[in-house]
Structure formats: C-alpha cells, structure tokens
Design a protein around this ligand. Structure first.
Ligand SMILES: NC(=O)c1ccc[n+]([C@@H]2O[C@H](COP(=O)([O-])OP(=O)(O)OC[C@H]3O[C@@H](n4cnc5c(N)ncnc54)[C@H](O)[C@@H]3O)[C@@H](O)[C@H]2O)c1
Length: 214
C-alpha cells in the first residue's frame, strides 16, 4: 500500500492509504469520512475487495462458514462501501462507482464454487438497483465482470485444476490468450471516468469473449 501511495505521489497527485475490513460497516463509514476530510471530495469508488477468499471450489467441501465469509466480504462489503460513499457523492451531485462482479457470477465457472457464483451474481443485482437509485443524484454505478486474470490468487487456483480443465478454459477464450492485468484496469478506469458519462447500470464483461451475453 505504501508503494502504491508513493507511485501516485510521484506523478504529482495527492494520495493516502488506509486499511479497512469491508465487513465492518462502521469502520468503512469512518474511513470514507476520513478520506473525505483528507481530500475534500469523494468522486470515485472502485469496490474491488473480495474473491473466493481461500474457500473450496467443490460443493462437498464447502462449509456454512465458507459461505458466510464469501457473502460477508463480496456482497455485504461491497454494499457497505457503496452505501458509505453515496451521501458524499449525492451532496456533490456527481460520482462514479465501479463494483466487481466476475465471469463466475455471469455463468457457471469451472474455476470457482457456488458461494462465489452467488455472491458475484448478487453484485450485478446490487449494481443495477444502486444505479437506478443514484442516477437522479448525478451518480453512476457500473460493474466489471473479469474472466480469468492470473493474479497471485487465481494463478494458484488455476494451477490446482486438472490439465484437461485448464485446457477447456483456455480453449473457451476466443481471443486465445490469458490477459495482462492492465487489460482489466483500463475498463475500470473507463467506467470510473468521464469517458463513460452516459453509462450507468451496465456490467462490462472483460473475458476475451469467453462469455458473450446477447
Ligand atoms: N483475478 C481474476 O481472474 C478475477 C476474475 C473475476 C473477478 N475478480 C475479482 O476481482 C477482485 C480482485 O481479485 P484479485 O484476483 O486481484 O484477488 P486478490 O486476492 O489479489 O485481491 C483481493 C483483495 O481483497 C482484499 N480483501 C479480502 N478480504 C477483505 C476484507 N474483508 N476487507 C478488505 N479487503 C479485503 C485482499 O486483501 C486483497 O487485497 C475480487 O473481487 C475478485 O473476485 C478477479
């Protein structure tokens, strides 16, 4: 986090870094107030925290605690973050929120389990309902649904799969390659920035064509 702050400062922008457990709504609320006090506005929220969080993929192995963890972080955590920034954005009559769904919430994925699928599908519903409510306040709410990006977390899960499963996943990507991380970052920046000023309530699939809804 300190390195990220330094990188931002090196390009001449102001930055501060803080740690918060997104499951703790009071802590999230206090953090948003602190960031507002430090910087004078809250214009963009990128709600990224989440994942399978080390929970198993196979149904027989999933415990109630696994389900609670994934729902608490992915669904409730995203809600707490959105809920806490909206009053600041409403007051300014502008703002952009980008939530993080997943290809695993858009169609059954061989990489992730049922709790993850349920939580990332919930993000889609949450995003659309928030977009509907926030629109008249000048605030846009959109989501990204990345496919397979081999971050540290995903590399481990991908490596743990059978060779045939790995091949099936790769064969199902029309662009025929695994993406660079930057290829998820640019779409998030697009949805967060003024280039998408008339776009709200969408889910932007970033998956090389692996899932193509009509
Ligand atoms: N990597 C992929 O292929 C992929 C695909 C689809 C969706 N996603 C989504 O993108 C997001 C980032 O995934 P990633 O692959 O970079 O994983 P990652 O594990 O590298 O990043 C997840 C981050 O969430 C943070 N986090 C976990 N629990 C938290 C909590 N309770 N409070 C605050 N922060 C918490 C972790 O500290 C970590 O920094 C996740 O929401 C994930 O579901 C990733």
């Amino acid at each position: 986090m300190a390195e990220t702050v330094r990188t931002i400062e090196r390009i001449g922008a102001r930055a501060s870094g803080h740690v918060v457990d997104v499951r703790d709504h009071e802590a999230v609320q206090a953090l948003m107030q602190r960031v507002y006090d430090e910087h004078g506005s809250l214009d963009i929220l990128i709600a990224l925290a989440g994942g399978s969080l080390g929970t198993p993929r196979d149904l027989d192995d999933i415990t109630p605690e696994d389900l609670d963890l994934v729902v608490d972080v992915n669904v409730k955590g995203t809600f707490h973050c959105c809920r806490s920034v909206l009053p600041f954005m409403y007051r300014a009559r502008r703002g952009a929120i980008v939530t993080t769904s997943s290809i695993g919430g858009r169609q059954p994925s061989p990489v992730t389990g049922v709790p993850y699928a349920a939580s990332k599908a919930a993000i889609v519903g949450m995003t659309k309902k928030l977009a509907k409510e926030a629109g008249s306040h000048g605030v846009r709410v959109n989501s990204v649904a990345p496919g397979l990006f081999l971050t540290g977390r995903l590399q481990g899960m991908f490596d743990a799969m059978e060779e045939s499963e790995r091949r099936d996943v790769l064969d199902s990507i029309p662009l025929g390659r695994v993406p660079e991380i930057r290829e998820a970052v640019d779409p998030v920046l697009f949805l967060a920035g003024d280039e998408s000023s008339y776009i709200t309530g969408v889910v932007l699939d970033i998956n090389g064509g692996r899932f193509m809804p009509l």
